[in-house]
Write a protein that binds this ligand. Structure first.
Ligand SMILES: [Zn+2]
Length: 183
């Protein structure tokens, strides 16, 4: 019983330290004042927003006439998370071919659709993906892992919500779909 007690203390201590702090990626740069760690039905653990949706001073995007000064427009929301973080289906989705997305999202991004709810969801910078075009993914199922494919700023995921079959110009405010909740 004594050994079990010590084990419990060790486990509690390990659980008490921040796994995110341990796995900090030195390439991360946060372009927001929001230091909240968020959970989501779409990923394991709790993580910080790195680049919010909309006009941003982050230097990775071309200047956009909608934005002040030299700022560009970020069409999704970037969430910093260690490489390997499991990605789960927050809603029931069908997997589409990602060939139409272009190189900015990395070599193996994910394109998902929920026709009933009326959106496509692009997830950029994944490398390991467990599903293929045509697959149906049930809510809660793990279908990929976070990575840094095509990303200069470390392991993170780019979540971008589009109209069904729509291009970049149909990208919209992604937070309602992500369901971010403070840890
Ligand atoms: Zn992004």
């Amino acid at each position: 019983m004594r050994v079990l007690g010590i084990l419990a203390v060790v486990v509690a201590l390990l659980g008490g330290t921040s796994p995110a702090a341990h796995a900090m990626d030195p390439r991360w740069e946060f372009w927001t004042d929001d230091t909240t760690y968020y959970t989501s039905p779409w990923f394991a653990g709790a993580h910080r927003i790195m680049v919010p949706y909309g006009c941003t001073a982050a230097p990775y995007y071309d200047h956009d006439p909608r934005c002040p000064g030299e700022q560009g427009f970020h069409h999704g929301i970037d969430i910093a998370m260690p490489c390997g973080t499991p990605l789960l289906a927050g809603k029931r989705v069908r997997v589409l071919d990602h060939a139409s997305l272009g190189p900015a999202y990395g070599e193996n991004p994910v394109l998902l659709r929920n026709r009933k709810l009326g959106w496509d969801l692009v997830i950029g910078h994944t490398r390991t993906v467990f599903v293929a075009p045509g697959d149906r993914v049930r809510r809660g199922e793990t279908f990929a892992r976070a990575n840094d494919s095509g990303a200069p700023d470390g392991c993170h995921l780019h979540f971008e919500v589009r109209a069904i079959g729509g291009g970049l110009d149909t990208a919209r405010w992604p937070r309602p779909l992500l369901g971010l909740a403070p840890r």
